[in-house]
Ligand binder design. Sequence first.
Ligand SMILES: [Zn+2]
Length: 277
Amino acid sequence: MPIFDNHIHLRPEFRGVEAAKDFERAGGTAVLLTHSPYADIPIRRAEDYDRAYGKTLAMAEAVRRATHLQVFVALGPYPAELLGLQGTLGLDPAVEAMRSGIDQAARFIREGRAIAFGEIGRPHFPVAQEVVEACNGLLVYAMGRAKELGCAVVLHTEDPTPATFAEFARLAAKAGLPADRVVKHHSTPLTRLEDNHGLVPSILAKEDLVTEALHGGPRFFLETDYIDDPQRPGAVLGPATVPKKTKAWIAKGLLTEDQATIVHREMPERTYHIEIR
Ligand SMILES: [Zn+2]
């Protein structure tokens, strides 16, 4: 049975490949390894993205060599990076640097080395209105590139309400990107189409969230958002959580095998246009 973790971060200087092996040992088969900032590669200008993405791509390759996992990659400028860039460059050049970060990610997606833009969007904490507007502009730009490349985008934003989902659906429509190619990472369990407006929620693998999500049906992803950071143990779920919980929920009848197949095979195949083995 395929078991897919839709949002995981791995760092070679921390547990890296070992965390991926924990996932595999527990029964996991595929991950979306998502780019996020590295302390040793601070983004000070547009050129830094290439090296930062290179580190994520190398991590993916290291996991492929050491395991049988399918490792898919999402690349993009992390939303909060705009604030650091704004501090050193000013807002407009900061936006230009992030746009270049999107273009560099697009190049890797075109080459088939990554399958989605992510995580992109806007800071999950309150920021100035001009920053929100700049982030929304960058998001529409990335969605337009995703439409052109035929790929998906993975959103990092504040926790969504139906109104937030409606807003992102409008931005996607503006860019011409179908809503079902927009994934909301760290989502609230809003699985009914009238609540999520066709976007795809990706929810933490926690029983209360999954129970609620299933009321609207199995149209969602499971994720750990494992951050592989020894400074913040327990900040998110451990790397083996998705396979362990999926099996436990099937065993206790919370999740049917058909629903698990939809979550772990059909949703990734449909959303990212990939083949899950
Ligand atoms: Zn993340």
